[in-house]
Design a protein around this ligand. Structure first.
Ligand SMILES: Cc1ncc(COP(=O)(O)O)c(C=O)c1O
Ligand SMILES: N[C@@H](CCCC[NH3+])C(=O)O
Length: 420
């Protein structure tokens, strides 16, 4: 057969059954990554915790899969938290992030007893303390610290540099104010620190540098305030394979060196090694997903290029237009045919920047052929929009060669649902 098989399923049959565009996710792949987290990080190292960064891909079914794995979840909004609540996700395993959490979101988090809230700016502590007092609850927090590191990734997905909207700046006066303030609070307890340097990172060097900076901070707060850091959350950011120059490394490539560096620095500074937390998102789901499209208009501009337009694009995958992200793709009904042509894959939006792939090698393509774009499991469905009032595709989950619908395709009435 000439069709492309993904996670044991014939992708052409999936497209015929569910129509296109279609997000397809492999539960087997996701479970392999979750197992790798358990075996190569949690079981291997005592005093560790892992949470899945749900912003990468979240639906109720995904939250159930994470819940079943025993791993925790990082949420960054009331909506992500609400999804977790709806599947009765164990709240003590939730870490709540965000650079501008609203009062309503903090209320929802505290009412539901989330495990940790990551404080991103100093005034947030006052709001947390007030809500915690009102509910007579103890709230555990971490400080997100901006370690001042430029990770080697796209500017829009760097987060740990000095000039960043995220985190508490690592400056003498700010840290002093933060520490003096938190140690006076009655209902809010600081457990430790968090950092996250950016996303789609292929090298462990910057995580190591960040740890050196954070462990110095741990020593400083011990010496100056007698404060013992119990937890150090090292964020996520581990890269995956999108195109030739990018690869997904085994989790241990990052986490072994993270643990080793923390242990070494703690020994050097005579600190007890804190609980170490990781928060991978993309690494868990990125390569688990593909998006299937049908090819429509084919336009040859003689001597320049051929545009092959598909029935989706920027609304279901904004990453190429936002970050110039690169993707690979396969014509799924001609998967074994020789790649004789080079085409540019264009989305259907009224937007010149809506190009999914420049210069893709393909067999001879015709209208009606189908294309699967690979590695679309992270930050595609979760970043999708209704731009041009285009309904969102359905999401199908594959497990052991079987398919099941986990998110219905939107229709035009779904788009109108809140219009008055
Ligand atoms: C605080 C925090 N943790 C974890 C992640 C997950 O990142 P990634 O999907 O790159 O692993 C992010 C997003 O970059 C983040 O902001
Ligand atoms: N949305 C980004 C990653 C953001 C990470 C969040 N801090 C991407 O698609 O690469």
């Amino acid at each position: 057969m000439n069709n492309y098989i993904f996670a044991g399923c014939d992708t052409v049959k999936l497209a015929e059954k569910y129509k296109t565009p279609l997000y397809v996710m492999s539960e087997d792949y996701i479970k392999d990554r979750l197992r790798e987290i358990r075996e190569d990080f949690l079981d291997k190292n005592p005093k560790t915790m892992a949470v899945y960064a749900s912003k990468a891909f979240l639906t109720k079914e995904m939250a159930r899969i994470i819940k079943e794995s025993g791993i925790g979840m990082d949420v960054v909004s009331g909506g992500e938290l609400y999804t977790a609540i709806q599947v009765e996700f164990p709240m003590e395993k939730i870490i709540f992030h965000g650079n501008n959490k609203t009062i309503d979101e903090l209320e929802l988090a505290i009412e539901n007893n989330v495990g940790r809230i990551v404080v991103d700016h100093l005034e947030e502590m006052d709001i947390i303390e007030e809500i915690a007092k009102k509910h007579n609850k103890k709230v555990h927090i971490l400080f997100r610290i901006s370690p001042g590191i430029d990770s080697h990734t796209h500017k829009y997905i760097q987060t740990g540099q000095v000039d960043s909207k995220f985190g508490i700046p690592l400056d003498e006066k700010t840290i002093k104010t933060a520490m003096e303030k938190v140690l006076k609070l009655e209902f809010t307890e600081l457990l430790g620190f968090h950092f996250h340097i950016g996303s789609q990172i292929s090298d462990n060097g910057n995580h190591i540098k960040a740890i050196q900076i954070m462990t110095q901070l741990m020593k400083k707060v011990k010496d100056e305030y007698g404060f013992i850091v119990k937890e150090l959350n090292t964020g996520g950011g581990y890269g995956i394979h999108y195109s030739e120059s990018e690869e997904r490394k085994p989790l241990a490539y990052f986490t072994d060196s993270i643990i080793e560096e923390i242990e070494d620095r703690c020994k050097e500074y005579e600190l007890e090694r804190p609980l170490v937390i990781i928060e991978p998102g993309r690494w868990v789901v990125g390569e688990a997903g593909i998006t299937i499209y049908t090819i429509g208009a084919i336009k040859e501009i003689p001597g320049i290029r051929t545009y092959v337009s598909i029935d989706g694009g920027m609304p279901d995958n904004p990453r190429p237009s936002l970050y110039e992200a690169k993707y690979e793709a396969i014509v799924i009904n001609k998967a074994e045919e020789e790649l004789t042509d080079v085409v540019t894959v264009a989305g259907k939006c009224c937007e010149s920047g809506d190009i999914l792939i420049w210069d893709l090698k393909v067999p001879k393509v015709e209208t009606g052929d189908m294309l699967a774009v690979l590695s679309t499991g992270a930050y595609n469905y979760s970043m999708s929009s209704n731009y041009n009032r285009i309904p969102r595709p359905a999401v199908v989950m594959l497990s052991e060669g079987k398919d099941r619908l986990i998110v219905k395709r939107e229709n035009y009435d779904d788009i109108l649902r809140n219009d008055i």
